[in-house]
Unconditional design. Structure first.
Ligand code: AMP
Length: 411
């Protein structure tokens, strides 16, 4: 069975095709075909990259309608999908060989708590939720509609919502202490990165050779966006992101949680409006804003090595926020069997893992310093010292594979 995955971000569209048999493999298999579109490098140009067993293929596509982003994005996504059955990148003969399509959809609100087959009413709901995820839900809808145009209407399409995994968070952790009217208005904590947190939890149980139902886990998704999840018996019981992906940890260019009084102050004293505040909190804060350098931790650390004290401060705040977030997750879990690091920073920065873990020595958590540094980049590994009372794992997150598994199970 061939399952196509679409994972659309605010400035990229990633896709892959898995060929699956009747039994799922223990370890994530290599996709037959992987493709990505990047809009960020050159204005008016989309860079398409396709990877198959035959090799890597790249094309810069000049946008026909640069001012109409929706039309451009549909056209380029269509072109990307056609490389599945056309030209030197083809891995299937025709579109009818695709049995199902899985879409990562960022916001599913309160209605969608599991893998959902897409029909017109689901599309209406994804559309309705655009104000809650303005950078992502439109791109997700475009992907769904492009697939509808290219493949037969009979091919089942599934939405896997980033918020769904967190739908089990109990009300005291999900409800904001604002006016009660917020509850009816859906102003509550939804949480994000759900597919990644769920994948890491299931993979952690596999690596520890234990039943997920017996484990208390904290998964740390530290990439450009950062969030933590407290997972008990395979279910999310708390997370750091909330109503939007702006709450919680300090991120690449997002502030994470700040005193809401700061926003009122900036509105009154500096006359800032909603768009300016959004730009400030989403794009000019976090590692980038505080260091004044970059959202990329590698750049910040390189500057620290050169003696840059502003970069040092940004890094220290970043670590402090992760530690205090872990403290909150610990309280929601009431114990901890394993701490899991994933995503760009979590998987690659031994320094971040070591400094975060140092804050929890009082739990009996001890890292094996050599494994922490030597094993980086060599797949999923356990890096706690022998005798540590808490396991520490580095897991390469595989959201696309988690989506493929969900589609396979739904079929
Ligand atoms: P992601 O959003 O998961 O793709 O993560 C992207 C971020 O991971 C980048 O912006 C970097 O900050 C970080 N990153 C990637 N590789 C490394 C590395 N070797 N060391 C530290 N940070 C890294």
């Amino acid at each position: 069975m061939n399952i196509l995955i679409l994972n659309a971000g605010s400035s990229s569209q990633k896709s892959c095709l898995y060929n699956l048999q009747d039994t799922l493999p223990q370890n994530p298999p290599e996709p037959l075909w992987e493709a990505a579109i990047d809009w960020t490098h050159t204005e008016g140009v989309a860079e398409l990259t396709v990877k198959t067993k035959a090799g890597l293929w790249q094309e810069a596509i000049a946008l026909q309608h640069p001012s109409d982003l929706t039309q451009s994005s549909r056209a380029v996504t269509g072109k990307m999908l056609q490389t599945l059955w056309q030209g030197s990148t083809s891995v299937i003969q025709q579109p009818s060989e695709i049995d199902a399509v899985g879409h990562r959809v960022v916001h599913g609100g309160q209605r969608y708590q599991t893998t959902t087959r897409i029909d017109p009413s689901v599309k209406v709901e994804i559309q309705r939720l655009i104000p809650l995820a303005p950078a992502h839900n439109p791109a997700n809808l475009e992907g769904i509609e492009t697939v509808e145009q290219l493949l037969s209407q009979d091919v089942p399409q599934f939405a896997i919502f980033d918020t769904a995994f967190h739908s089990t968070i109990p009300e005291p952790a999900a409800i904001y202490p604002g006016p009660y009217a917020w509850v009816a208005q859906g102003i509550r904590r939804y949480g994000f990165h759900g597919t990644s947190h769920q994948y890491c939890a299931e993979r952690a149980a596999q690596l520890l050779n234990q039943d997920l139902a017996d484990l208390k886990l904290i998964t740390c998704h530290l990439g450009n966006g950062c969030s933590l999840a407290a997972i008990h018996q395979g279910k999310s019981v708390d997370t750091t992101m909330g109503f939007t992906p702006m709450e919680g940890l300090m991120m690449g260019s997002r502030s994470g949680s700040v005193d809401p009084g700061i926003l009122l102050y900036l509105m009154r004293q500096q006359g800032l409006g909603a768009d300016e505040l959004e730009q400030l909190l989403n794009k000019q804060s976090g590692l980038k804003g505080l260091s004044g350098l970059s959202n990329d931790l590698r750049t910040v650390r390189a500057a620290i090595a050169q003696g840059n004290t502003q970069a040092q401060l940004a890094y220290e705040v970043y670590i402090h926020r992760i530690r205090s977030g872990i403290g909150a997750m610990l309280a929601s879990l009431g114990g901890l069997d394993a701490l899991v690091f994933t995503a760009g920073v979590g998987e690659n920065s031994a320094a971040v893992r070591s400094q975060v873990c140092a804050g929890f020595a009082f739990l009996g958590l001890a890292l094996d310093a050599e494994r922490n540094t030597a094993m980086a980049g060599s797949g999923d590994v356990a890096i706690a010292a022998p005798g540590s009372r808490v396991q520490v794992l580095v897991i390469h997150t595989q959201e696309d594979w988690q989506i493929a598994k969900a589609c396979w199970a739904a079929l």
